[in-house]
Every structure is written in structure tokens, then in C-alpha cells.
Design a protein around this ligand. Structure first.
Ligand SMILES: Cc1cc2nc3c(=O)[nH]c(=O)nc-3n(C[C@H](O)[C@H](O)[C@H](O)COP(=O)(O)OP(=O)(O)OC[C@H]3O[C@@H](n4cnc5c(N)ncnc54)[C@H](O)[C@@H]3O)c2cc1C
Length: 427
């Protein structure tokens, strides 16, 4: 078979793909990071196009059925992650259930508490409110459309080719934010990337007669929802079948095998239950992969960076699974020098090992998305390459939007935390 030499962009450009207009910012992927990036740039006065391959916003946090905002505090009553993460958390629970602990019901507690500020929410309602939010903000949302390829001139991105029911179309952009979760766009643009690995995880939402009874008794609809698994591996690989290789999550054949195996496994698990006593109400419609591909950015966050201050911090985040540990997100985890108008956020921000996990969960993904959107606006306004914007100006904009940029040293414990892990089946 003759090998196809040209990139998709080169091939189809010769066939006159219709030009659909220019946007200051194009956001590729409408997960929570993409939503935050789009909103942040829009609030800075930019015209924004958000392109999402499915027909719901939220990515893993909605269609991936991950309905849990991990803790946004230090585990001793200090509220750490704010900004747009807080705004979206509040939105997620405005019309649906929540599980905010008692001590946090009225905001940051006056006294120290070991309870952590986190909550469950309805993924479907969260998706609906994000659509309304972006629509009301004047962001152009393009659903059911895939960003197929960036159109590059050297290391500058002129725009993107989008594939949808309308066929291939070309949109030009001032800046492109890759929030695909897999760094697909930046990878195709030539930005160096790092590969992750994933365990065998597949969880749907279910109802049982027993969970419905409990919900009725406690007058709390959230109690009706329970889980059903195919693969049931956790973040650390516990329950991953010994004989099974891990999954990279960026190979179509492997992804298909992952889904087939998981769906068959789920069926095996439920067919032993009584047929009329339970139902699966939602299956994830995107792979529940945690770390697939991130950029090899100008800085790679590691666990050794806990309690480290960065001059280019764009937000403080906390460890979700252990008390006390704090990190600052260096802006350099979102960019790669040389690529003057490409940036990423969320799952594709540059981290190593568990530090990648710290960066990718919902609240930090929102914080990096918020930073990416604000940075894009600043790059456009000042005409500077996105990897070389004025960091102080960016930090001022984020601080104004209630993001904590640096943590106080008083929050560093004298004795390192020897604490237990947070109870959750997720992460
Ligand atoms: C099993 C599991 C459990 C988890 N548990 C928790 C938890 O309990 N709490 C927590 O806070 N976090 C948890 N996480 C992590 C968290 O859900 C995600 O890391 C976070 O939501 C990532 O957000 P994102 O916007 O970066 O990416 P994603 O959610 O991956 O969003 C990417 C979006 O881009 C779209 N897209 C992809 N490619 C294209 C393209 N080419 N063109 C257009 N659109 C495209 C996708 O459809 C998707 O909407 C868990 C993750 C997994 C897998």
C-alpha cells in the first residue's frame, strides 16, 4: 500500500476547504478545561469558538460520568482552589444534588476541620448548565465537530480544519487552545508530547430497587444512583487484571479493544444479578482514561515540587488524596517555547507521575483552563508569543478572578503529613 505522505491539512487544503471565518481564540475540546478557557477569554473580550466532538460539554466530568469535584481545600479547613473552579462547582450543584460536607456548607469554616471541601453532582445537569453559561456569554459552540488538524506555517498555527456533518471546514485563529484531553491538536502541530498509561476502568451509573428505596427513605435522589463496572481499576492500578497490559489511550485499535473488553466484562458482571431489580441508566460515552498524552512543556511538574513557589504560578492547587500538600501550577506546564500561539490546559498540562494526576483532576483542570484563556487574551492584546507573555499581568488578571496565585508559607506543616487517603472510588 502506498504510504500517505501529506498531512490531512496539506491534502485537503489543495481541495479548497471552505473558509468559515476568524476567531481570536479557538478552543479544541469542551471538557471542563475547555469550558474554563473559553469563558476566561470571552470575559477578557475575545471572540471565541469552542469545538466539541460530542454533543455535551464537560468531557470526563459529564459524559465520562466522573461526577465528583475532588477536594479544593488543604484538609484542615483552608480553602485553596477557587476562581472558576468554585464558580463551576456551584453551577454544577445549583439545580441538582450535592454532597458538600456540613462544615463547608457556608463557605470556608471558621474553625479548622478535617472534612474536605468536595462534592458529587449530577453530570447531566452540569452539562446543561455549562451549555447555557457559554451560550449566554456569547461563545460560539460547535458541537458534533472534530478538530482534525491544525494548519501550521512553521511553528505558527494559522487555524484548524474541522470535520463535521458539514464536511471539512477551515477556521483561522489568533490562538488555539488544545483541551482535547489527549493533546491531539498540539501533537499534530509538532509539539513534543509525553505518553501516559491507563488501567482497566469502566464505570456506568445504575439504579437498583434497593438504592431507590434508600433514596426515597432519605429523600435524596443522589442515593438512588449507584455504579456498575466493567474494569474496576483505580488510579494506582489496584484491581487491574494481572495478565492485561496497560492502555496508552491514543491508539484507535487499542481504544476499541479496551471498550469491547470492558463492555463484555460489565455484561458478565450484571447478568448474574436479578434482571428486574436493577438497570444501568448511563454508560460513559468517552473512555475513562486518566492520563493519555500531555505536552512536553517548558516545565514538567513533579511531586518534588510540592510546597515550591514558582514565579510564573497561575494558581495554587492541593493534593486531592492527601492532606496538606500544595502545589503551584507553573505557566510553563501549558506552553512550549517556539510555538507562539498554541497553548494547552487540563489533562494535557505537563506533569510527571502522580503530579500529572494532581494537575488533571477537575478543579485543577479548570484552573489551568482559566489561565490558558486569560493568557490567550493577553497574547492577542500585546502581540507577544504565548510562551513569552507578561506573567505579572496574567497573574493580576487571574487574581482579579479570585484565583489564589501563591500559597502562604504558614500553610506548610512543620511535620509532613502522614495522613490517610481520602475516601473515594474515583480519581
Ligand atoms: C476513571 C476516572 C476517574 C476520575 N475521578 C475523578 C474524580 O473523582 N474527581 C475529579 O475531580 N477528577 C476525576 N477524574 C479526572 C477528571 O475527570 C478529568 O481529568 C478532567 O475532567 C479532565 O478535564 P479536561 O477538560 O482536561 O479533559 P476531558 O474531560 O478529557 O475533555 C476533553 C474534551 O475534548 C473533546 N475532544 C477530544 N478530542 C477532540 C477533537 N479532536 N475535537 C473536538 N473535541 C475533542 C472530548 O469530547 C471532551 O469533551 C477521573 C478520571 C477518570 C478517567
Amino acid at each position: 500500500m502506498t504510504q500517505m505522505k501529506n498531512s490531512l491539512a496539506e491534502l485537503n487544503f489543495n481541495k479548497n476547504i471552505p473558509y468559515k471565518g476568524h476567531y481570536d481564540l479557538i478552543v479544541a475540546g469542551g471538557g471542563v478545561a475547555g469550558v474554563a478557557a473559553a469563558l476566561s477569554a470571552r470575559r477578557a473580550g475575545k471572540n471565541v469558538l469552542l469545538i466539541e466532538k460530542t454533543i455535551l460539554l464537560g468531557g470526563l466530568a459529564t459524559i465520562g460520568l466522573i461526577n465528583f469535584f475532588v477536594p479544593m481545600c488543604n484538609g484542615r479547613g483552608k480553602w485553596i482552589i477557587r476562581g472558576m473552579a468554585e464558580e463551576l462547582l456551584r453551577l454544577a450543584i445549583r439545580y441538582g444534588y450535592d454532597s458538600i460536607p456540613e462544615d463547608w456548607k457556608n463557605g470556608e469554616p471558621i474553625k479548622p476541620t478535617m472534612q474536605r471541601y468536595c462534592t458529587r453532582y449530577s453530570p447531566q445537569i452540569f452539562a446543561l448548565v455549562m451549555t447555557e453559561l457559554l451560550n449566554n456569554a456569547g461563545i460560539n459552540i460547535r458541537f458534533d465537530s472534530i478538530v482534525s488538524a491544525p494548519v501550521m506555517k512553521g511553528s505558527h498555527c494559522e487555524g484548524v480544519i474541522v470535520d463535521s456533518k458539514s464536511g471539512l471546514e477551515y477556521f483561522s485563529a489568533g490562538v488555539v487552545v488544545d483541551t482535547t484531553g489527549d493533546a491531539d491538536v498540539l501533537h499534530r502541530a509538532g509539539v513534543p508530547t509525553r505518553q501516559g498509561k491507563n488501567y482497566f476502568t469502566y464505570c456506568g451509573h445504575a439504579l437498583t430497587l434497593e438504592s431507590c428505596r434508600r433514596a426515597w427513605e432519605e429523600k435524596n435522589i443522589a442515593k438512588a444512583i449507584t455504579g456498575r463496572h466493567g474494569g474496576n481499576a483505580d488510579l494506582y492500578g489496584k484491581n487491574h487484571p494481572v495478565e492485561m497490559p496497560t492502555f496508552c489511550g491514543t491508539n484507535a485499535d487499542e481504544i476499541s479493544r479496551f471498550i469491547v473488553l470492558n463492555q463484555c466484562r460489565m455484561l458478565d458482571n450484571i447478568r448474574i444479578e436479578e434482571r428486574i431489580s436493577r438497570d444501568i441508566i448511563t454508560l460513559p460515552t468517552m473512555c475513562q482514561f486518566r492520563t493519555t498524552r500531555c505536552i512536553d512543556g517548558d516545565y514538567c511538574l513533579t511531586t518534588g515540587d510540592q510546597y515550591r513557589h514558582f514565579v510564573d504560578s497561575v494558581g495554587v492547587i492541593n493534593d486531592f488524596d492527601q492532606r496538606d500538600f500544595l502545589y503551584e501550577i507553573p505557566y510553563r506546564t501549558l506552553v512550549r517555547s517556539g510555538y507562539d500561539n498554541l497553548i494547552t490546559a487540563g489533562r494535557c498540562a505537563c506533569g510527571d507521575g502522580y503530579a500529572w494526576d494532581i494537575l488533571r483532576v477537575i478543579p485543577p483542570a479548570i484552573i489551568s483552563g482559566q489561565a490558558a484563556g486569560a493568557a490567550a487574551a493577553l497574547a492577542i492584546d500585546t502581540g507577544r508569543p504565548i510562551y513569552d507573555i507578561n506573567i505579572v499581568q496574567l497573574q493580576q488578571a487571574l487574581e482579579k478572578a479570585d484565583v489564589m496565585i501563591h500559597f502562604e508559607n504558614a500553610l506548610i506543616p512543620e511535620i509532613p503529613s502522614d495522613d490517610v487517603k481520602v475516601e473515594s472510588e474515583h480519581f
